[in-house]
Design a protein around this ligand. Structure first.
Ligand code: HSE
Length: 332
């Protein structure tokens, strides 16, 4: 990781371009946990990401000296166990290649902590978990490389190499990604607030949710998003929740994607009536999230009831907060 700027206060900026990995001690077994994230976070399409304290995926990985590779999935979700098709193992293999160890054998066990295809960065959590686990086993601590390998795992599942979820999952807090010639990630420590997440019982593939977006947008809509995005970054830095809520708008993706989520408008209205400060779509949906200073359980109930009453859709819902990035639980 190369630091290209620092301060004021809570802001760091890192270049996410692969550099030359520095190798340290190798290990044999590692357990890593990697969090759910909310990409876009209002106006920041494909750039903003907020790391959630929970839920988290857990990746356990062991190097296999005989070169064999296997993937095991624990939990209720059905995911591919072919190493080339699973985002965690795919990212792990890309990580190994970047470390010059493309033939390395491993056994990976992924305990999914979140529902895939729900808009809270499931594939990113697994990808970051796989890439980080492999990096640590091979003695590599280069976060730019880990980010790059994670984005490849994300691309395998969603069809595009967007960095918003993986950056937030790896670095934690609130992140934004600039995509010029070089990808750069900026992390800001967010203020404390409550986040209510509602996952309606439907699945929306990111690739499908991207197809409903227009190729070009009116200049006025781009200008609105620019100002809101600046407002979100500024209010995150100032830890000003009221200003944050005022800027949680979006004219680039939300107007098109709301149609994919039955009952979306009623759910938003109910959340705001129950005391939420702002409501938006998590990533490419169908997740809907609300931010609040207090009263999260009441807001959650209002959202769940509203989804059921207007669209007859069940849901999974939970309350969380901004969280820390992926971390190693144990290594030996
Ligand atoms: N930025 C991506 C999108 C996130 O909105 O399509 C997908 O999780």
């Amino acid at each position: 990781m190369s630091m290209v700027a620092a301060s004021p206060g809570n802001l760091i900026s890192v270049q996410a371009m692969p550099s030359h990995p520095v190798f340290q001690m190798r290990y044999r077994k590692v357990v890593v946990q990697s969090p759910a994230t909310i990409a876009n976070f209002g106006p920041g399409f494909d750039s903003f990401g907020l790391c959630l304290e929970s839920p988290r995926d857990r990746v356990a990985m062991r190097l296999e000296p005989d070169g064999s590779r296997s993937v095991r999935i624990l939990g209720e979700h059905d995911l591919p166990t072919e190493p080339g098709l699973n985002s965690a193992s795919f990212a792990a293999m890309r990580m190994a290649e970047m470390c010059g160890e493309g033939d390395v054998g491993f056994s990976l066990t992924l305990r999914k902590g979140m529902k895939p295809g729900s808009g809270i960065g499931s594939s990113a959590a697994s990808s970051v978990g796989g890439a980080l686990a492999m990096a640590r086993l091979l003695g590599c601590r280069d976060r730019a490389l880990i980010l790059e390998a994670s984005a490849m795992g994300e691309e395998l599942i969603s069809g595009t190499r967007h960095f918003d979820n993986v950056a937030a999952a790896l670095y934690g807090g609130f992140t934004f990604v600039t995509c010029g010639d070089e990808v750069e990630v900026v992390r800001i420590s967010p203020p404390d607030f409550q986040i209510v997440v509602l996952l309606p019982d439907i699945e929306i593939r990111t690739s499908d949710a991207r197809k409903v977006l227009p190729k070009t947008v009116p200049l006025a809509h781009a200008v609105d998003n620019l100002s809101w995005a600046a407002g979100v970054v500024h209010s995150m830095m100032r830890k000003d929740l009221d200003a944050l809520a005022k800027n949680m708008n979006d004219r680039l993706s939300l107007p098109y994607r709301r149609e994919l989520i039955p009952g979306f408008d009623s759910v938003c209205e109910s959340a705001l009536d129950a005391g939420a400060l702002a409501v938006s779509i998590g990533g490419s949906g169908p997740a809907v999230f609300a931010i609040a200073r207090k009263g999260a359980p009441r807001i959650k109930k209002a959202m769940v009831d509203s989804l059921w009453n207007t669209a007859r859709l069940g849901s999974v819902s939970f309350v969380t907060s901004p969280g820390k990035g992926a971390r190693v639980e144990s290594i030996s």
